[in-house]
Design a protein around this ligand. Structure first.
Ligand code: NI
Length: 206
């Protein structure tokens, strides 16, 4: 064919130009709108606290954050006699593990007791893995626990007398990336879905 029929121009070139213009406009608009949030929890990347600990797990093995290198870590402080906050948090974390399926093998959940007197290793060994067999309970001397809580900006206050005391404490979980850097603080009440989304993002290198 010697010449291009008119219709070819209208059918192909004009839509192509229009699509190009639309893409350009979309690009300009995207540049103006705020970046969508990467995480559901609070991004605390770069803070100088909550960086590491030196404790013993419920099997008697010494533990620091470096032992979980290559895994994403979810860590929080609590006590086994806690009536609501701690079991709820552990249950949501266990739910997140179920949602992650095979990826959960690269997640480590750590529960640091704020009640070293009553939370013996034996009690932690019964309580913590009941939520998920892979979870670890961590303990230390009262002095070590107090120093660790302080280093993580976790506040704990005994309420009541005798053996029946309870402990008011900071609720919420720290999340670490596979390089061992503290990245997120998930407030108390974060759902299994929200935790799973953030754990997955960190596993993916976010
Ligand atoms: Ni609690």
């Amino acid at each position: 064919m010697a010449t291009c029929p008119q219709g070819w121009t209208r059918r192909v070139i004009r839509p192509a130009l229009a699509a190009g213009l639309a893409a350009l406009l979309a690009g300009l608009l995207a540049a103006c709108s705020p970046k969508p949030a990467l995480f559901r929890a609070n991004d605390i990347t770069g803070v100088r606290y909550a960086t590491d600990f030196s404790l013993t797990d419920h099997t008697g093995r010494p533990r620091s954050l470096a032992d979980s290198r290559g895994k994403v870590v979810l860590l929080f402080f609590g006590f086994t006699h806690c009536p609501d906050v701690c079991p709820t948090t552990l249950a949501e974390a266990a739910g997140a593990m179920r949602l992650l399926g095979d990826q959960a093998e690269r997640v480590q959940v750590l529960f640091i007791t704020l009640d070293p007197e009553r939370d013996t290793p034996a009690l932690l060994a019964r309580y913590v893995p009941a939520f998920d067999a892979r979870f670890l309970g961590l303990h230390g001397s009262p002095e070590t626990i107090a120093a660790t809580a302080k280093a993580f900006r976790v506040v704990a206050q005994k309420v009541g007398e005798g053996d029946d005391y309870t402990i008011d404490h900071t609720a919420g979980s720290y999340l670490y990336d596979p390089q061992g850097r503290v990245r997120l603080f998930a407030p108390y009440g974060s759902s299994a879905e929200a935790l799973a989304a953030d754990l997955q993002a960190l596993l993916s290198g976010a």
